[in-house]
Design a protein around this ligand. Sequence first.
Ligand code: FE2
Length: 379
Amino acid sequence: METLELKNMQQAGTEQEVDFLPLNGTDYIELYVGNARQSALYFQTAFGFQPLAHAGLETGLRDRESYVLVQDKIRLVLTSPLVGGTAIGAHIDQHGDGVKVVALWVDDATYSYEETIRRGATSYMEPTTEEDEHGWVVRSGIGTYGDTVHLFVERKAYNGVFLPGYVKWEPTYQPEAVGLRYVDHMVGNVGWNEMNKWVQFYADVMGFRQLVSFDDKDISTDYTALMSKVMSNGNGRIKFPINEPAEGRKKSQVEEYLDFYGGSGIQHIAVATDNIIETVTELGQRGVEFLQVPAIYYDDLLDRVGNIDEEITELRKLGILVDRDEEGYLLQIFTKPIMPRPTLFFEIIQRKGAKSFGKGNFKALFEAIEREQLLRGTL
Ligand code: FE2
């Protein structure tokens, strides 16, 4: 375990602080996309998400359409504008398809809003009650980095399919799930010298603690460099690593993201599986493309991580990475960006005791990203 993490945990144990923002988990992730209907088909087909709910013209909306997909505890909402001149359309023009909302499940959305606003958050949505025949939901929201927002969702008095205003979506086409279980962490890229500002935001405004810190020497290759700090909420269910670019010989991948996204935003969504070999095999067969590390990565793998349950040949075939910390090991793999701009991608992760984020893989991984940047002419 990182010394810093130990220190933080000890502090947490002695201070007996009351968590002023208890979070039950990630409620949903909403992406603003150019064509929600086709994106929904992509997440069904390629990632095995199941259709859950729909809202659009048929449900009385006039300016937008949303599809909601689910896989175990992961809920994605895909939203597109139906007319010109909307805030959603402006968001897509500025950022391309991307994550707008990271919604957090709380017991009291009004209290969550008041407490975070009192600590300096900017308001995105005042506490708002929505209801239908299935009950009521309260949502409120605050801004975070870039145009990204956090919504607090209180749904203890609701038993509908998703939220008031949504109807069940039941298409005949329903490919099988691929074993994705829950959101493990979500990483934000922020601008030059802004990492500590947003670390402070999550600490002061949301009561998060810093888990692990890296400096640019930890995460650098011959060309690219970045700095990263991981913020986690009181019960550890929500983990937000925050990256900023660092000076390297060539353009950092974080800088490339900032250029194409038009500012700070969500870089990747890490989703957990209980069997990464099965999940990644299935994803590959469905057309999901992964970053590939050089075969040499596997030559000294066992020297680096010790004994593992999986066959190295299987891992090599699929390009799955392994890293170990004091508590165990983890297996992970990263998709290529899933949209035209080199911005958002997914990580598939299986934890076998390890609580860290694959620091030992960063160098091999970044070299793989750089090969892609070179092809794009953006290195
Ligand atoms: Fe990650």
